[in-house]
Design a protein around this ligand. Structure first.
Ligand code: AGP
Length: 613
């Protein structure tokens, strides 16, 4: 997704902006650009490709850029939606007289009629983008008041925006605004930095303001004036970010993804911390902001999410029905608002989103809220839009997840879902003894994950043995069925291998036609309920000459002779098996992709947060 950085203060603006863009690279992009106000001129450089390409171009075009201190500037990384990744389509965009420069995240859905009218009025467009419409509208409305010009322009917009604007008219002021696409203001000392993601800010300050939809802020080096789009002043609290800049660095790992895989014992420990209610053999999830009676009234749960977060939600489905006896369904967030969902007052909607900015999941939150449902989100990004609009929920506290392929977020999401099911279950028919078993297993999770991480070299050997495969299936049953889907997603998104996740019983309903010697099967055969049937499925695969890589429980001899290779998993119950087993599959995917020389942290075509429909 696109990234925005803006700076006003005494530091070297170009250095600060480029540093910010580099911290947003993980979000995925295909062009970049920068604009600064300097000596009564609005300068702009942009380039197709990576930030490094932009930096080279800046060095050529602004030889003295190291002396550019104290000026106001904005920068952008673009993930193409309207118009190919080209120089002209890169942001910033400027008006015809180069008085205003603008960067934009989001989609202007009504840009075509706006563009047509502006062209008829004489505006000359240099790009194919929807975003360029905004800067021409601001220039058209400008009559001395940059706030009013920006507000008037944004009122014409149907769609979403996160924008930052600088101008020759007010060279010391940056104007930022948002609707549906995040903008965060970093509150510094004699400087302020804005960005679309905290990762670009946290190196400068941990004090941040999360803007709300239709907020517009006038930002100078020593003032932040936030009003709503109708020019009414609004007050927004200053939050403190709970992680440091080095948490967003690689710390010696080859990739962020590998670092985040190995962070999982600590990340899961952080998700658990302070949430085990041992006295009541339950969980403490104050963020849900529901009293026992309100929780007891819940008679249905709907989980809405995308991608990996949806796979976590599918595990939650098993938990809520098995442990709490609450009817639960998992919705593709992209479908939710279009399928006229049945939502009743006692329906609990649980949106799950690592970034808290996924457009489809946010839309599901809004649909549910408009129908009067109780919404309790599970997010990782503190202060994210989904977290704030849900009004209640549980943060993962997993720390920043930079790798596009989600790893620690998944294990922490499933852990939080298990704690939620424990909480709800203990408010219903779950006994103290059953609850104690869950508490004990949750407490062991960090150690169980460490045990899997210790097998990394073994996993790597197996992964490299199969790294040249072109097609494969991941199969699982019961609690491990969502993990099979997640394992396939991990492998396909970073190695570009065609990996499919299936319920093991489904193979014989069609997919088994594809099995042959060149199509390996990753079969999740841990010693939990369903294992015997799983071994039967493995035999079906072997009969079609597919090589089988099985996950199996350490010490379980039933698997002997059935698999070509085994990824050993420590003994644990069906409840925590998804969290422990997925770590082996994450490692498998990572080492296959590494062997294939893939771009692991920023896979082609992917973005870390899909903030557009
Ligand atoms: C997972 O590896 C992918 N990066 C993707 O499926 C991701 O889980 C999905 O886009 C949802 O993102 P979210 O959790 O931030 O909402």
């Amino acid at each position: 997704m696109c990234g925005i950085v803006g700076y006003v203060g005494g530091k070297n603006t170009v250095v600060t902006l480029l540093d910010g863009l580099k911290r947003l690279e993980y979000r995925g992009y295909d062009s970049a650009g920068i604009a600064v106000v300097r000596d009564s001129a609005l300068l702009c450089v942009k380039e197709k490709g990576k930030v490094a390409c932009l930096e080279e171009k800046i060095t050529r075009e602004w030889p003295d850029w190291m002396e550019m201190t104290g000026c106001t500037g904005i920068a952008h990384t673009r993930w193409a939606t309207h118009g190919a990744p080209t120089h002209d389509n890169a942001h910033p965009h400027m008006d015809g007289k180069s008085r205003f420069a603008l960067v934009h995240n989001g989609i202007i859905e009504n840009y075509a009629p706006l563009k047509k009218r502006l062209q008829e009025a004489g505006c000359v467009f240099k790009s194919e983008t929807d975003s360029e419409v905004l800067v021409h509208l601001i220039a058209e409305f400008y009559d001395g008041d940059i706030f009013q010009a920006t507000a008037s322009a944004l009122k014409k917009v149907e769609g979403t925006f996160g924008v930052a604007v600088i101008s020759l008219e007010q060279p010391d002021t940056m104007i930022v605004a948002r609707r549906g696409s995040p903008i965060v203001i970093g509150v510094g000392k004699n400087e302020n930095i804005v960005a679309s993601d905290v990762a670009a800010i946290v190196a400068y300050t941990q004090r941040v303001i999360f803007m709300d939809d239709d907020d517009i802020a006038l930002v100078t080096k020593d003032s932040i004036d936030i009003r709503n789009i109708d020019n009414v002043p609004v007050s927004r609290e200053v939050s403190s970010i709970d992680w440091s800049v080095d948490a967003a660095e690689k710390q010696g790992y080859d990739h962020f993804m590998l670092k985040e895989i190995f962070e999982q014992p600590d990340a899961v420990a952080n998700s658990i911390r302070g949430r085990l209610d041992k006295a009541n053999v339950s969980a403490t999830l104050s963020g849900m902001n529901m009293n026992p009676r309100e929780m007891a009234m819940i008679n249905r749960i709907v989980i809405a999410a995308c991608g990996t977060s949806m796979h976590a939600g599918m595990t939650g489905d098993y938990y809520f029905e098995d442990l709490a006896g609450i009817s639960t369904q998992v919705e593709q967030a992209a479908e939710f608002r279009y399928r006229n969902p049945i939502i009743e007052p006692n329906t609990l909607i649980i949106p799950i989103s690592q970034s808290g900015e996924t457009a489809d999941t946010l839309a599901a939150v809004r649909e549910a809220t408009n129908k009067g449902a109780t919404v309790s989100a599970i997010c990782n990004a503190v202060g994210s839009t989904i977290a704030r609009e849900s009004g209640r929920g549980v943060y993962l506290h997993a720390g920043p997840e930079i790798g596009v392929a989600s790893t620690k977020a998944f294990t922490c999401q499933v852990t939080v879902l298990l704690l939620m099911a424990l909480k709800l279950g203990r408010g219903r028919r779950m006994s103290r003894e059953a609850g104690q078993q869950i508490l004990d297993e949750v407490e062991q999770l960090p150690e169980l994950i460490r045990q899997v991480l210790k097998t990394a070299d073994d996993v790597r050997r197996v992964a490299e043995k199969y790294a040249d495969m072109q097609d494969c299936f991941f199969i699982g049953r019961g609690y491990l069925y969502p993990v099979a889907l997640e394992g396939a997603l991990k492998l396909k998104e970073i190695s570009y291998i065609h990996a499919e996740g299936y319920h093991a019983a489904e193979l014989k309903h069609g997919p088994i036609a594809l099995l042959e010697e060149r199509v390996p099967i990753i079969a999740l055969a841990n010693d939990i309920p369903g294992k015997d049937k799983m071994i039967g499925n493995i035999q079906e695969c072997k009969a079609r000459k597919s090589p089988v890589i099985a996950t199996a429980t350490i010490g379980d001899t039933d698997i002997d002779g059935h698999a070509d290779d085994i990824l050993w998993i420590p003994q644990c119950s069906k409840f925590v098996a998804p969290i422990v087993t997925v770590v082996a599959l994450q490692l498998f995917a990572y080492y296959v992709a590494a062997k294939r020389g893939c771009e692991i942290d920023q896979p082609r075509n992917l973005a870390k947060s899909v903030t557009v429909e």
